[in-house]
Design a binder for this molecule. Structure first.
Ligand code: ZN
Ligand code: FE
Length: 253
């Protein structure tokens, strides 16, 4: 595979990602949750740092920009909103392409968790870095956007090929599974939830997942089919999504 992905846990429940375009040796860091942990991973791998790709402005995603740029001289791409807390060299928006050697990342608008949240899709390698927009069996909290915007972003992720691997920024899957089981009794969900609980018992990561798995079992992508269960029968898909999101916000699992 032309893109090598190094994943490592940082902070309390984040994942850090370093990716290397094998053709050129160029390296990018996806978000900067913890500059020291990322620098330690780079030392271990013997890698330099060419690019930083931010998904959104939150401190556990852009907080390490300044320190990593100072130390490695990396060029920072991300949505304009990143400048609220951190340096940014090249603002990008939906449809833009970011090159890492021979690898091409297409920017997808997945706003809603924050207004300008973006994902980076490498179609050739069937990989997308999605930040806090979608998680296995979950999605990000809707801090800044509205349901129409956020449903639009989730729909764009769902429209990617089923085999696309989704690299998100947090290990929230067990809690997401408990909520999902409260609103959906699909057999595929039950089976996946059991596998998730067992994996977490063993200390294993549940990230990445795939678009196909999420379409089959993620209650947010399945919101239109769960509308009745969440009191949104007959409503629009975005309103059904909003009802599932509200149910999750109020869920005491
Ligand atoms: Zn966030
Ligand atoms: Fe986050």
């Amino acid at each position: 595979m032309p893109l090598r992905i190094e994943q490592f846990p940082v902070l309390s429940d984040n994942y850090g990602y370093l990716v290397r375009d094998e053709a050129s040796g160029q390296v990018a860091c996806i978000d900067t949750p913890d500059a020291d942990a990322i620098a330690a991973a780079m030392d271990r791998l013997g890698w330099g740092l060419d690019l930083i790709l931010n998904t959104h402005w939150h401190p556990d995603h852009a907080g390490g920009n300044e320190a990593l740029k100072a130390r490695f001289g990396a060029t920072i791409y991300g949505p304009q909103e990143v400048t609220r807390i951190a340096p940014l060299d090249h603002p990008v928006t939906a449809g833009d392409t970011v090159a890492l050697g021979e690898t091409r990342f297409t920017v997808i608008d997945v706003g809603g968790h924050t207004l300008q949240h973006i994902a980076y899709h490498d179609a050739a390698d069937h990989v997308a870095f999605v930040g806090d927009s979608i998680f296995p069996l979950g999605c990000g909290r809707m801090f800044e956007g509205d349901p129409v915007q956020m449903w639009g972003g989730l729909s764009r992720i769902a429209a990617l090929p089923d085999e696309t691997r989704l690299y998100c920024a947090h290990e929230y899957t067990a809690a997401n599974a408990r909520f999902a089981l409260s609103v959906d009794d699909a057999p595929a969900l039950k089976a996946r939830a059991q596998a998730v609980f067992a994996a977490r018992e063993r200390g294993e990561w549940t990230v990445p997942s795939t678009v196909g798995e999420e379409k089959a079992t993620n209650p947010f992508l399945r919101a239109p089919r769960l509308a009745e269960r969440v009191g949104a029968a007959g409503k629009s898909d975005a309103e059904a999504f909003a009802a599932v999101r509200r149910a999750k916000d109020n869920f005491k699992g």
